[in-house]
Ligand binder design. Structure first.
Ligand code: UGA
Length: 477
């Protein structure tokens, strides 16, 4: 029996497209389906709808070979042995996950089943979704022996999605039958055995043939919960360190030192202890709300998650007040904003704290000149160019004659600014940094008033008083 599997991936968003490209990279024959005809055509023509390292390379490698794109779900499902569902599960008004796309896809798949198929849920979904998919397919008259439903949650981060997939911390496979287990093992065998990492064309990363990702076989319900619980836990870690940062600020300690001290405890770990303006993106806000909703439905009190969400929103407000504290008023001020995406390394602006911050600045009467290495075009759809809003494609153009520069996400280039040049072109040498990219004392030495998160505000070494005094000077003079 051939080791390669005929796979259909439904949905060509972050998870679907990356999974499809990576399955092709593992040697499988893959059809990626999307109901957006324009997107399908773009993918066929060699375009890539998202900014993701190595994705273009993989799509170019397989586009004319074992990776195809179509909008015909029925035909694609008919030809597949395994069908991955990777469609969106947006947040409903009630806070729960809206599963209508999953439902519609399951019904459509059911209509094309005439031989055994394994249907695998890859979108982030609440526990019991597998059960619902099974019911939908049965209701459409498909006998039990012709299909199984499994869960294979994805843990990739935007910006490092391809490496996260191929060099995973773990591969979670949730299923309830041996034939489903056998098929899923076959799909991931090149990674689990380590064979993939021996190949000359392998995408580089942390895994090696001697240290392949562990495969965890669980029930479908456990797999579903692992995904929600992992995202909720990481969001909790972020909210936790953000409150610790606020304590540090109040008492004059440095949250970076505290996070380092905590993170060296192997039980805690150093990752996701970076204080800032709170988490954003298409996953954490939605998944924390959905997991909390699951708990409410089964009458389990998960008030902790409510607190996590509250802290997250408050953190944005706190940062906004910090910018205000240094400018006094926003009206008539020019602000250079660095970063629009919800984090560095991506062009995704969904639930971006940075965009939220820009909206508030504009609302208060400031003029914003913004730069982001990848997200500008998407940002323009949300905040159109106008008298008060300008987008530029260079940090230093953004900073020219600005009253302050505000860093809102963590693109690597924002940590490597030519600070002397920046100081020379800003109207006032003021930086407010939501990502703690610079050392406060070095900034003061360089003549900046520098405000960050969870660390003391510093002012130019030569000057007395706080940066607020400097900002206020021209107005009171
Ligand atoms: C997140 C998870 O990290 C992935 O494991 C998961 O697969 C994905 O959601 C998903 O469910 O699809 P992603 O949304 O790409 O990935 O972004 P992260 O890198 O996790 O960052 C999320 C937010 O938290 C960003 O706004 C980031 O700036 C913020 N963050 C992250 C912090 O404020 N501090 C940190 O220490 C880490």
């Amino acid at each position: 029996m051939s080791k390669n599997v005929a796979i259909t991936v439904v949905g060509s968003g972050y998870v679907g497209l990356v999974a499809a490209a990576c399955f092709a990279e593992l040697g499988h024959r893959v059809v990626c389906v999307d109901n957006d005809e324009a997107k399908v055509q773009m993918l066929r023509d060699g375009g890539v709808p998202i900014h993701e390292k190595y994705l273009q390379e993989l799509l170019d490698r397989y586009r004319c070979g074992r990776l195809e794109f179509t909008s015909d779900l029925r035909a694609a499902a008919c030809d597949a042995q395994v069908i991955f569902i990777a469609v969106g599960t947006p947040q409903s008004q009630a806070g729960s996950a809206d599963l209508s796309y999953v439902d519609a896809v399951a019904s459509e798949i059911a209509r094309s089943i005439d031989s055994y198929k394994l249907i695998v849920e890859k979108s982030t979904v609440p526990v019991y979704t597998n059960e619902w998919i099974r019911r939908v397919i049965e209701r459409n008259g498909v006998p039990q022996e012709l299909f199984d439903v499994a869960s294979n949650p994805e843990f990739l981060r935007e910006g490092t999605a391809v490496t996260d997939f191929l060099h995973a911390d773990r591969i979670v496979l949730g299923m309830d039958t041996e034939r489903a287990a056998e098929m899923l093992r076959r799909i991931y065998e090149p990674l689990a055995s380590g064979d993939y990492y021996r190949k000359a064309h392998a995408i580089p990363g942390t895994r090696t043939e001697d240290d392949p990702p562990p495969v965890l076989m669980t029930s479908t319900k456990a797999a579903e919960i692992i995904k929600h619980a992992s995202n909720a836990f990481l969001a909790t870690k972020i909210s936790f360190i953000n409150v610790v940062a606020n304590i540090c600020e109040a008492v004059g300690a440095d949250v970076q030192e505290v996070a380092r001290g905590m993170g060296l405890d192997s039980r805690i770990g150093s990752k996701f202890l970076q204080a800032g303006i709170g988490y954003g993106g298409s996953c954490f806000p939605k998944d924390v709300a959905a997991f909390r909703h699951v708990a409410e439905q089964i009458k389990v009190d998960f008030g902790l998650l409510r607190e996590v969400e509250k802290i997250n929103l408050e953190q944005r407000q706190r940062f906004f007040r910090k910018v205000q504290s240094v400018l006094w008023t926003f009206r008539g001020k020019k602000i250079a904003v660095l970063g629009l995406a919800f984090k560095g390394g991506t062009d995704d602006i969904r639930e971006s704290p940075a965009l939220d911050m820009v909206k508030q600045m504009l609302h208060e009467g400031a003029a914003v000149r913004a730069y982001d290495p990848a997200a500008t075009e998407h940002a323009k759809d949300m905040i159109p160019v106008g008298q008060q809003m300008e987008y530029v494609d260079d940090v230093y153009v953004a900073a020219e004659d600005a009253d302050a520069v505000v860093i809102l996400n963590d693109w690597p280039e924002f940590a490597e600014l030519d600070l002397r040049r920046l100081r020379g072109i800003l109207r006032y040498p003021i930086m407010v940094d939501a990502r703690n990219l610079y050392d406060p004392s070095a900034m003061a030495e360089l003549g900046f008033s520098y405000l960050s998160v969870g660390r003391a505000e510093v002012s130019p070494a030569a000057l007395c008083g706080s940066s607020r005094d400097i900002a206020f000077l021209p107005q009171s003079a």
